[in-house]
Unconditional design. Structure first.
Length: 212
C-alpha cells in the first residue's frame, strides 16, 4: 500500500530535444517552399486559358501540339525516320528536316510515354510542365544569388518568365521548358563547383605560401 509520502516518478525529458514548430510556422514554410511552383503554374494556367478562349477549348490539345510540337512528338514516336506526311514550312518532306530538332526532349517524351499508355502528346505536356516547375525553382535561386537579389526578386523573375510574350511554348510540346530547366540547373551546379574549387585552391595556396 502506498504511503502519503510517496512521490510519483517523473520521466526525464531530454532538454536538448527540439520541440516541433507550431502549425502556423510549418504552414508558412510549406507555402514558401511551394511558392515558385505555385506562381509558375498559376500564370501558365491563365495563359492556357486565354489560348483556349482564342482557339476554342475543344481544340486546345491540338493547339498545344502545334507547329514544332508535331515534329517533337513524331520524333519521340518514330525516331528521325518520320512519316512522309510530316512537311516543313514550305510543304515539302525531306529526310533531313527532322534533323533540325535535338533528340533530348523527344527522348524524354518517349520515356514518359510509358507512364501515359503511349499517349505521347500527354507525355510531352507533362514533361513541359514538370520541366517548367524545375526551371521556376532554378530561377528563384538565381534571383536570390545575384548582387542585390532576394527571394522576392526570384519569385518576380518566375512570374515574368511564365508570363513572357512567347511563354505559351512553355505549356506546349516544345523544348523550351526543358532547356530552361537544364540551363538554370547547370548555372547553379557550375556556381557551386567553381566556388568549391576556388575555396580549396585558396586553402592550398595559403598552405604553400612560406611563412615570414
Amino acid at each position: 500500500m502506498a504511503s502519503a509520502t510517496d512521490v510519483p516518478a517523473v520521466t526525464d525529458v531530454p532538454e536538448d530535444e527540439p520541440l516541433p514548430p507550431p502549425a502556423p510556422a510549418r504552414g508558412r514554410r510549406m507555402a514558401a517552399a511551394l511558392a515558385p511552383a505555385g506562381i509558375y503554374i498559376a500564370v501558365r494556367l491563365v495563359g492556357v486559358a486565354v489560348l483556349g478562349l482564342m482557339a476554342g477549348f475543344g481544340k486546345l490539345p491540338t493547339a498545344l501540339n502545334a507547329w514544332d510540337g508535331t515534329w517533337m512528338v513524331a520524333i519521340a514516336r518514330y525516331g528521325y525516320a518520320v512519316p512522309d506526311d510530316m512537311l516543313d514550312a514550305f510543304g515539302n518532306h525531306t529526310p533531313d528536316t527532322a534533323k533540325a530538332f535535338f533528340p533530348g526532349y523527344p527522348a524524354v517524351v518517349a520515356a514518359t510515354g510509358w507512364l501515359t499508355g503511349g499517349n505521347l502528346i500527354l507525355a510531352g505536356l507533362i514533361v513541359s510542365l514538370v520541366a517548367g516547375v524545375v526551371a521556376a525553382y532554378g530561377l528563384t535561386r538565381l534571383g536570390e544569388l545575384v548582387p542585390g537579389g532576394s527571394r522576392r526578386a526570384g519569385l518576380l523573375l518566375v512570374g515574368l518568365f511564365a508570363a513572357a510574350p512567347m511563354g505559351v511554348v512553355l505549356s506546349m510540346t516544345y523544348t523550351e521548358a526543358l532547356f530552361c530547366a537544364f540551363t538554370a540547373g547547370w548555372i547553379e551546379i557550375t556556381r557551386t563547383l567553381c566556388g568549391r574549387i576556388f575555396s580549396r585552391s585558396a586553402k592550398i595556396l595559403v598552405q604553400l605560401m612560406p611563412l615570414r
